[in-house]
Design a protein around this ligand. Structure first.
Ligand code: SF4
Length: 692
């Protein structure tokens, strides 16, 4: 038995794992002593490797390239040469007929790694000639990136995961760490044990609420009102850091004017919170020697998400909780490599290293390095633009890499209707996902564990994953970067790499932020946090040293906005607000965790809907009974879970179930800046099914 070091493929905590390998088969996993996890793992880390063995519990592994010669026909297994020729000739024809911007591509925030994402965006920009590439950050932490880029000049966590336990106060806002990042939750617990104060703002009595010194069960959809009320108290009671505000921030007078009316008393009707408790909470945050704000999807998956991120950033700014250890702003990224997919430029507005596509000098640098005349300067389409742009006739082909939009996007009936109009769908994945089922071309890829790569954890930490096993002998699969390279060559562009390190070194040569992050520095348990501009630089655990911000003026921007209600209103027909959430045993579209036998036993189709017992009584619903959940867009069957931890008037579902797929119900309402969907609120009804 040998042990191979890798990084868990399931969340942005970046836990290091030793995979136990016997006879080219993974047979177990142990926690390795990584920087963020210190030898610990959660259950997904311990039991989430089984899908490599093609258990077929949910869906089979993709083993062979496949093409569908005609719509309505069957998928047919073919050679790599034939699949590449089939896909590249159609893509070329679409590019010639409709132009490069008629093609959409995705990066992948999952087990494929940074090198493959770098190659995917290079394929989009240098081969196709479009910035139409995006990743699932659009539907999760896009607002964190957009908001923090504006207020602080950098869209990532300001401080490190391991610093969380040494902060004196943690404000947990819309973030269920125990389910989404158990190893981060452990740091919160350690902070509590070391005497930190914990404030939790969440409509549900989540696990972290049990540790909280103050729990604020705000009403769904009232985030901006509460953040403004916090700012109001800080200013009215003079609790802010006047020196920091005067010297290192801008916009104070506008900020003060905007929050002036948002007293805790004024906002009580919107938030449902006791004004005195709101005052106590923000006094606790402002009075701590060091304080950290952590947030998750409860902040970002709203129609007013970017404003709230800017508001949270402003709370850290006016209290001086930036630019030193154990403080800061912490958007804890969800999927294991969503930070990395953004770092690599699988975004429609930035190249690798966060150079804007509108920056002529950056475009020229990348064009020269890639040997093309130019890089497009127009921002491309985002993931949530896709259904609309297809229906407008602007997107004709979609090259979907390591994503399953037919399961994960909001308002699935709209997505299906749009995808049916596409002239070409290429899916590059490891499993037969819902999107793969309707593809014209399927490229089967190697999985995490079968290739080496670098991941970025949520706190900007680069780590290496080593290859543990070869793919099984009957799996005719290739590394993602090799597939994109084959497509590039078939389309006339000379893309050729021999290994992942060659790609990484090309990236380092182009991006100042990553220039010093060598494979050698990241060897074994190595951890290098960007910015790392030179090879003798150790990396940067916390940002904004000297209180210098990466904004055009070098100052942090203070920002507040008027509160806006969620789009949909509950009424007599749809009396409950549906909020989509996470569960600890499953991940993303479930294609990986659903194929792990230990994880699969935790829960099964058709998922569940959490309902408060009083609402259940009102609607005649029994615990564990099957129910219909309907919105104005669809109807799914699921199982009722009567639960005292949820608030009355709201119900909660997770999004990975194929039968109880809650994205049949969600609404395609987007934040106007980040275009992130309001997954956290739509009006539904829950009905008992008779004769059970
Ligand atoms: Fe760590 Fe996240 Fe993997 Fe759990 S799922 S082991 S917290 S990286």
């Amino acid at each position: 038995m040998k042990k191979v070091i890798t990084v868990c493929p399931y969340c942005g905590s970046g836990c290091k794992i030793n995979l136990l390998v016997k006879d080219n088969k993974v047979v177990g996993a142990e926690g390795a002593n990584g920087v963020t996890n210190q030898g610990e793992l959660c259950l997904k880390g311990y039991y989430g490797w089984d899908f490599l063995n093609d258990t077929k519990l949910l869906t089979p592994r993709l083993k062979q390239p496949m093409i569908r010669r005609q719509r309505g026909g069957d998928l047919e297994a073919v050679s790599w040469d034939e699949a590449i020729e089939f896909a590249s000739s159609r893509l070329k024809a679409i590019k010639e007929k409709y132009g490069p911007d008629s093609i959409m591509l995705t990066g992948s925030s999952r087990g494929t790694g940074n090198e493959s994402n770098y190659v995917a965006q290079k394929f989009a920009r240098a081969v196709i000639g479009t910035n139409n590439i995006d990743c699932c950050a659009r539907v999760c932490h896009g607002p964190s990136v957009a908001g923090l880029m504006t207020t602080l000049g950098n869209g990532a966590m300001s401080n490190s995961i391991c610093e969380i336990e040494d902060t004196k106060c943690i404000l947990v806002f819309g973030y269920n760490a125990a389910d989404s990042h158990p190893i981060v939750a452990r740091r919160i617990l350690k902070a509590k044990e070391k005497g930190a104060k914990i404030i939790v703002c969440d409509p549900r009595y989540i696990e972290t609420a049990r540790l909280a010194d103050i729990f604020l069960p705000l009403k769904n959809g009232s985030n901006m009102a509460l953040v403004n009320a916090f700012a109001n108290v800080l200013i009215q009671e003079g609790l802010f850091d006047k020196e920091f505000v005067a010297n290192y921030s801008e916009g104070f007078e506008e900020y003060k004017a905007m929050v002036a009316k948002y007293t805790p008393e004024y906002t009580a009707e919107i938030t449902g919170l006791d004004p005195e408790l709101v005052r106590q909470a923000i006094r606790m945050y402002a009075g701590a020697e060091t304080a950290t704000i952590l947030w998750g999807m409860g902040v970002t998956q709203w129609g007013q998400a970017v404003d709230v991120v800017k508001g949270l950033s402003s709370l850290a700014t006016i209290t001086g909780n930036l630019g030193k250890p154990n403080v800061g702003v912490g958007p804890v990224r969800g999927q294991n490599n969503v930070q990395g997919a953004c770092d690599m430029g699988t975004l429609p507005n930035t190249l690798p290293g966060y150079y804007y596509v509108t920056d002529a000098a950056a475009r020229e640098k990348f064009a020269k390095a890639w040997g093309v005349a130019s890089i497009p300067s127009e921002k491309g389409y985002g993931l949530t633009d896709v259904p609309h742009k297809i229906l407008e006739g602007k997107i004709k082909a979609n090259y979907v890499f390591g994503e399953d939009p037919l399961q994960t996007e909001p308002e699935l009936s709209l997505v299906r209707k749009a995808f049916a109009e596409l002239e070409l769908i290429i899916v590059q994945d490891i499993f037969m996902t819902k999107t793969a089922m309707i593809a014209d071309v399927i490229f089967p890829a190697t999985s995490w564990g079968e290739h080496e790569n670098v991941f970025s954890s949520a706190d900007r930490g680069f780590q290496r994953c080593y290859k543990a096993i070869d793919p099984p002998a009957d799996h005719n699969v290739k590394d993602d970067w090799e597939i994109h390279s084959m497509m590039a060559r078939a389309m006339g562009y000379p893309m050729k790499y021999n290994n992942a390190q060659e790609i990484w070194d090309e990236l380092r040569g182009l991006c100042d932020l990553y220039a010093g992050a060598t494979y050698e520095k990241m060897a074994d348990l190595g951890y290098v946090q960007w910015p790392c501009p030179t090879e003798d630089h150790p990396g940067t655990p916390w940002l904004y040293e000297g209180k210098k911000f990466d904004t055009p003026t070098g100052k942090a921007l203070l920002f507040a906005a008027e509160w806006r209600a969620p789009l949909e209103k509950v009424d007599a027909d749809y009396p409950l607000g549906l909020c989509t959430v996470r569960e600890v045993g499953h991940y993303s579209c479930r294609s990986m965790t659903g194929n792990c036998s230990a994880l699969q036993t935790l829960a099964d189709e058709p998922g569940f809907v959490q309902v408060h017992p009083e609402d259940a009584k009102k609607f005649g619903i029994k615990d564990q009974s099957l129910v219909w959940v309907s919105s104005r867009r669809g109807k799914v069957i699921t199982r009722a879970n009567l639960n005292n931890r949820v608030n009355q008037g709201a119900v909660y579902m997770t999004y990975q179930w194929w039968i109880g797929a809650c994205n049949e119900l969600t609404v395609d309402h987007l934040d106007p800046i980040s275009k992130t969907p309001e997954y956290k609120y739509c009006a539904v009804k829950v009905e008992a099914i008779a004769d059970q």
